[in-house]
Design a protein around this ligand. Structure first.
Ligand SMILES: NC(=O)C1=CN([C@@H]2O[C@H](COP(=O)(O)OP(=O)(O)OC[C@H]3O[C@@H](n4cnc5c(N)ncnc54)[C@H](OP(=O)(O)O)[C@@H]3O)[C@@H](O)[C@H]2O)C=CC1
Length: 538
């Protein structure tokens, strides 16, 4: 349209003014066109810049809002008076790593909810203590059982009131019937579908790490936390007399509506399954309500500093490091961040795609993944960078200097060797931060002196319980537990403070150094041994 108009103007100029006039006319038209184009391009550029500026302002506003909300949480926690345990709902349960559990499972089709066969026998029923809880008035308290035998499933109706049907046929009570892939199974009026994925492994062959997203049950505000801190949980496990207390690091940055913890199936030295980590994996489901203490712990990243940092994660010890990294990203900090992640091989590589995308999109984040035992299918340079353990030798090869703040979490031996290596490399102690749950001890204190032969046994008095026990070794917590005294505990490493008790008389030695000295007149029972006769308030 513009072109046709311009051609018309040129023709008119030629007709009325001759050749010279035509040239002048053409020049004027060209000048006007150039000016219009420059103006048009300029305004395009201006609007692009304005948009960019606007987006930046929005980002800053969002961050300010987030910070303001977090500050508000902190004030609200103080008023909430969140002392002791508070109820949280499991909003989401997510298996991490490439291999998801794909063993046999049932899907409750009216709610699209999956129940994986993690045990040889799973009870279906309406009551809370069942493995497949079906809250419905046509389902009996203990309705039926699903038996899992080498990836084959069987169903047994347990004299339920409204019966169980398999592919529209009513089952006789107490008769074991084999299930096939795609079968329709109905308990009372509640429909299920049977899935037997062919040739696929049961849970446990993947990373064995599961993330749980938790929100406050009372819907009241969620307090913020420092990246690196942990939550303390209390579980009443069926069959256990005492509630179990455990601590797990928060694995994400502070969020407005949830906390996240990522838990690995733990196996003891004798290969038997750890009680609570397996309880999380096998029994804790979306919608469950659990008891949680407010975030705590002294191992966290100081977000007020801008010093360059090195995050060192070993295995599931990635959790607090991930929280630190995510907080750096959320706050739009450009802090130089090296992330060393040591694990065995690709089967255990969790948060892989996420970390890779973070490193790709953020120049200030340098990711180095070390596989200590790579598999044939693991590709160096793609899946991981170094076929070795994380070590200070590796840091010496990669870091421009030793002048960093180091934050680490992983297996005890890894932390011990890295802490010692950093010390040898001349890194000041104040720049090295770590935490070790469980018995792993990085800095060993001197052991308590052995009592002289023939000397009277050291006595520990548990004042509240009115019991005095001869000390035969071990910690005060172990001694009290063995004597049947109810005592609080959490990390069992002198970190979480759950076991702190008043020391009414006497003194203690610590088997490993507490992360922070307890207040005067108290001690951490989980790592304290009596130094002569003592009395404690338990
Ligand atoms: N806040 C906290 O305190 C938390 C602590 N943790 C702790 O982190 C630990 C992680 O355990 P898990 O996932 O089972 O770890 P793994 O046993 O799977 O080990 C992870 C990696 O660390 C390597 N490693 C072992 N020893 C050394 C060493 N001396 N130097 C360098 N690398 C080493 C292993 O190499 P290799 O194959 O050669 O053995 C492996 O590659 C647990 O002890 C857990 O309690 C976890 C979460 C939070």
């Amino acid at each position: 349209m513009g072109f046709i108009l311009e051609t018309g103007i040129v023709e008119q100029i030629i007709e009325h003014s001759g050749a010279v006039g035509a040239i002048i006319g053409l020049a004027i038209v060209a000048l006007v066109t150039i000016q219009l184009t420059v103006y048009f391009l300029g305004s395009l550029k201006r609007s692009a810049n304005e948009l960019k500026q606007h987006n930046l302002e929005m980002e800053v506003l969002k961050t300010k809002l987030q910070t303001a909300k977090i500050k508000q949480y902190q004030q609200e926690t103080a008023t909430l008076g969140w002392n002791g345990f508070r109820k949280f709902v499991v909003k989401k349960k997510q298996h991490e790593g490439k291999q998801k559990p794909k063993g046999p499972y049932l899907t409750r089709t009216d709610e699209n909810k999956e129940f994986h066969m993690n045990r040889d026998e799973m009870v279906v029923g309406r009551t809370k203590d069942t493995d497949i809880q079906v809250v419905h008035n046509t389902v009996s308290g203990k309705h039926a059982r699903i038996l899992c035998r080498r990836n084959e499933l069987f169903v047994v109706d347990d004299f339920s009131t409204n019966g169980t049907t398999l592919n529209s046929e009513k089952l006789k009570p107490e008769v074991q019937v084999k299930l096939n892939h795609g079968d329709d199974l109905v308990f009372g009026d509640v429909p299920f579908k049977v899935s037997l994925p062919a040739g696929e492994a049961k849970e446990g062959t993947g990373s064995g790490i599961c993330s749980f997203y938790l929100s406050p049950h009372d819907g009241r505000p969620l307090p913020s936390f420092e990246p690196g801190q942990y939550l303390t949980f209390q579980f009443k496990v069926p069959g256990e007399t005492k509630p179990a207390v455990r601590c797990y690091s928060l694995s994400d940055s502070p969020k407005l509506d949830y906390y996240r913890v990522s838990i690995k199936r733990h196996f003891r030295k004798d290969k038997s399954p750890g009680l609570i980590s397996h309880y999380w994996h096998d029994h804790v489901q979306e919608g469950d309500i659990i008891d949680v203490k407010a975030p705590g712990g002294k191992f966290y990243l100081d977000m007020d500093k801008q010093t360059p940092i090195v995050l060192i994660a070993g295995g599931v010890g990635i959790t607090p490091c991930l929280s630190m990294l995510n907080t750096i990203l959320d706050r739009k900090s450009k802090r130089e961040t090296w992330f060393f992640y040591g694990l065995r091989n690709g089967k255990e590589h969790v948060f892989k795609e996420y970390l890779e995308s973070v490193a790709l999109e953020n120049d200030h984040v340098r990711l180095h993944v070390c596989y200590s035992r790579p598999n044939d299918e693991d590709v160096k340079g793609k899946d991981y960078q170094h076929a070795e353990r994380v070590s200070v030798d590796l840091f010496k090869r990669l870091l421009p200097s030793n002048n960093y703040d180091y934050y680490m979490c992983g297996p005890g031996p890894m932390m011990k060797s890295v802490v010692e290596g950093l010390d040898d490399w001349g890194v000041p102690e104040k720049n090295v931060h770590y935490e070790a749950f469980g018995p792993a001890s990085v800095k060993k204190a001197k052991p308590a002196p052995a009592p002289a032969a023939g000397a009277p046994a050291t006595k520990v008095t548990f004042a509240k319980s009115d019991q005095t026990v001869d000390w035969t070794g071990g910690t005060i917590l172990e001694l009290g537990e063995a004597a049947g005294i109810s005592m609080e505990s959490g990390c069992r490493a002198g970190n979480c403070g759950a076991c702190v008790i008043a020391l009414k008389s006497g003194e203690v030695n610590y088997v490993s150094e507490p992360s922070d000295p307890p207040e005067a007149g108290t001690c951490y029972a989980c790592i304290a041994e009596p130094k002569g006769d003592i009395a404690v308030d338990a």
